[in-house]
Design a protein around this ligand. Structure first.
Ligand code: FES
Length: 108
């Protein structure tokens, strides 16, 4: 079953930044990039640390632990040592400006 879950307001995440949320028992990062909002699993696929401590460069996130880089648009690995893609979640924005609500699609 697929559900859209309201996670936060646009204002909760400053531009070119990210925030970590627990949604239906999953730790998920929402990223606000110049290309829009993206949602990924917070856990690095290399050694299972939190990517919320990493750094954003455009639409990529670099893991702080060993330097793996992922594309947040599709979760793909850009730079090893990670070899497994991150899970991504579809996002939608409802409303206007900073009051708009960010939702993500959870489930199959
Ligand atoms: S835990 Fe992320 S690159 Fe190793």
């Amino acid at each position: 079953m697929t559900n859209w879950v309201e996670v936060c307001s646009v204002r909760d995440i400053s531009e070119r930044n990210m925030a970590k949320f627990t949604v239906e028992s999953k730790d998920i990062l929402i990223l606000r990039t110049d290309e829009g909002f993206f949602a990924i699993d917070d856990t690095c696929t290399h050694a299972e640390v939190s990517l919320s401590e990493g750094s954003i460069k455009g639409c990529q996130i670099e893991c702080w632990a060993h330097g793996a880089v992922f594309d947040v648009r599709d979760g793909s690995v850009v730079t090893p040592p990670a070899s497994e893609a991150l899970k991504t979640y579809e996002t939608k924005i409802q409303g206007d400006g900073e009051d708009a609500v960010v939702s993500i699609k959870i489930g199959e």
